[in-house]
Design a protein around this ligand. Structure first.
Ligand code: GLN
Length: 381
C-alpha cells in the first residue's frame, strides 16, 4: 500500500458538506450550508447565455476579464473611496474560498504566525497549516463575540505575519465597528503584518449600519488582501466566482500562486457579471432584501424555545438552545436534522478546540415558504 503522510491529519470533511449531505439523506429542510434555495435573476442567466453564444468560451485572461475588473474598481471607489488599479490590483478568483486560500498561500511562510478570531470559517486554519504556518487563535464568546484588542496585542510576536478578519462575520453575524478599526490600525501601524479581510458578506448588513471595509482606511488598505464573492452577491454560490483586491506589490505575489492554482476563471460568467454590474441596484438593494428575510425568520423563531443571538449582517442567524437541552451542539444539530427535519450548523465546528457554547447557526437565505416550513418544525423542538 502506498503511504501518504497527511498534511492535515486533524482535518475531516467540512461541516457544510456533512450537514448538507445529511439533510439530503434524511429529507430535512437544509438551513445549514449558506446558499439560497431560490434562483438568481433570469436577466443574469440570459447574459451568461449571450456570452456563450457570442463565443466567449475560451480562457479568460489570467487575472480576470478586464471589463469586470474595471467595474469592480469603479464599485470600490464609489463605495469605499479607494482606488484599485484594475491592471495590477484586482484578480478574479474561483470563489471566495479560493481567494482566501491563495492569499494565505502567498503570505505565510513556514513557522509564520497568523492570528485568527474564532469562531472562524473553516477554510482558514487548514490553509495556514498546509503552508507550514502556525494558527494563533483568539476565541470570541457569545452573545456579542467582540474582539478584545488587548488580547490581540499580547498575541503579536516578531513572527506574526497575517491577521484574518471577517466582517460581516460567519457564523456569528456580528460586524466590525469603528472602534475595532481604530484599535486594529494602531496595532499594525509600523509593523510588518498583513491582513486578510474576508468581506464576502459586505452587502448583507442591516439596520443602516456601515460596512467597515479595509479598503476605506489607508493604514489597513495598504496591507490587506480583501476577498469577496459573487455567489453571495447574486445568489449564485454554485458559479464559484469571486475576487481579490490588494495593493500591487501584494497582488503580484497573489497572482504568482493564482496562475498555477486555477490559471483563470470561467469566461462566460465573467462577461455576464461585468454586464450585470453596470446597474448598481443589483447589489445596493441586497441589504434590504436580506433584512426582510432576517426579520421574518427572527420573528417566526420567537414561537420556538430557541434564543436568538443578535444579527447585524451575513445571512446567518445563531440561536442558543439552553432552555431545550444540554447536549453537545454537534449532537443537537444531528438530532434536530434527523428527528425534526431541519438541518443547521453546530458552531463548535468553527472553533479549533471545539468550544461549545450550545449555539446553532441557521441560514435564512431561503424562500419564505421554506422558512415557514422550517419554523413549523422547530416549534416542536
Ligand atoms: N460560506 C458558506 C457557509 O458558511 C458555505 C461555504 C462552503 O460550503 N464551502 O455555509
Amino acid at each position: 500500500m502506498i503511504q501518504i503522510s497527511s498534511k492535515l491529519p486533524q482535518t475531516g470533511t467540512s461541516i457544510f458538506t456533512v450537514m448538507s449531505a445529511l439533510a439530503a439523506e434524511v429529507g430535512a429542510i437544509n438551513l445549514s450550508q449558506g446558499f439560497p434555495d431560490y434562483n438568481c435573476d433570469p436577466a443574469l442567466i440570459a447574459m451568461v447565455n449571450k456570452a456563450m453564444k457570442a463565443g466567449h468560451n475560451q480562457y479568460a485572461p489570467m487575472a480576470g476579464l478586464m471589463a469586470l475588473r474595471q467595474r469592480l474598481s469603479a464599485k470600490t471607489e464609489k463605495l469605499y473611496n479607494a482606488v484599485y488599479d484594475p491592471e495590477t490590483e484586482i484578480t478574479i478568483t474561483a470563489g471566495g474560498t479560493q481567494a482566501i486560500f491563495t492569499a494565505i498561500c502567498c503570505t505565510v511562510q513556514p513557522n509564520d504566525e497568523v492570528i485568527v478570531f474564532e469562531p472562524a470559517y473553516d477554510s482558514y486554519a487548514p490553509a495556514i497549516k498546509v503552508m507550514g504556518g502556525v494558527v494563533k487563535s483568539l476565541e470570541l464568546e457569545p452573545p456579542d463575540y467582540r474582539i478584545n484588542w488587548e488580547m490581540v496585542k499580547r498575541l503579536i510576536t516578531s513572527k506574526t505575519r497575517l491577521i484574518i478578519l471577517n466582517s460581516p462575520h460567519n457564523p456569528t453575524a456580528t460586524i466590525l465597528h469603528q472602534s475595532d478599526i481604530d484599535e486594529l490600525s494602531a496595532i499594525v501601524k509600523n509593523q510588518d503584518i498583513m491582513i486578510l479581510s474576508d468581506e464576502v458578506y459586505e452587502h448583507l448588513i442591516y439596520d443602516g449600519q456601515t460596512h467597515h471595509s479595509m479598503a476605506r482606511y489607508e493604514e489597513l488598505r495598504k496591507r490587506s488582501f480583501i476577498c469577496a464573492s459573487f455567489g453571495k452577491l447574486f445568489h449564485t454560490t454554485g458559479w464559484k466566482v469571486g475576487y481579490c483586491l490588494a495593493p500591487a506589490a501584494l497582488m503580484q505575489e497573489f497572482r504568482k500562486v493564482h496562475q498555477f492554482l486555477v490559471f483563470s476563471v470561467n469566461a462566460p460568467m465573467q462577461y455576464a457579471i461585468a454586464e450585470y454590474l453596470k446597474d448598481e441596484s443589483c447589489y445596493l438593494g441586497l441589504s434590504e432584501f436580506f433584512q426582510q428575510k432576517r426579520d421574518y425568520f427572527r420573528s417566526a423563531m420567537e414561537q420556538t424555545r430557541f434564543e436568538l443571538l443578535p444579527c447585524s449582517g451575513s445571512y446567518f442567524q445563531s440561536v442558543k438552545y439552553n432552555k431545550i437541552s444540554d447536549e453537545k451542539d454537534t449532537d443537537m444539530a444531528l438530532r434536530i436534522t434527523k428527528e425534526f427535519g431541519v438541518a443547521s450548523i453546530p458552531t463548535s465546528a468553527f472553533y479549533s478546540r471545539g468550544t461549545d457554547y450550545h449555539v446553532l447557526r441557521f441560514c435564512f437565505a431561503k424562500k419564505q415558504e421554506t422558512l415557514d416550513k422550517a419554523v413549523h418544525k422547530l416549534i416542536k423542538v
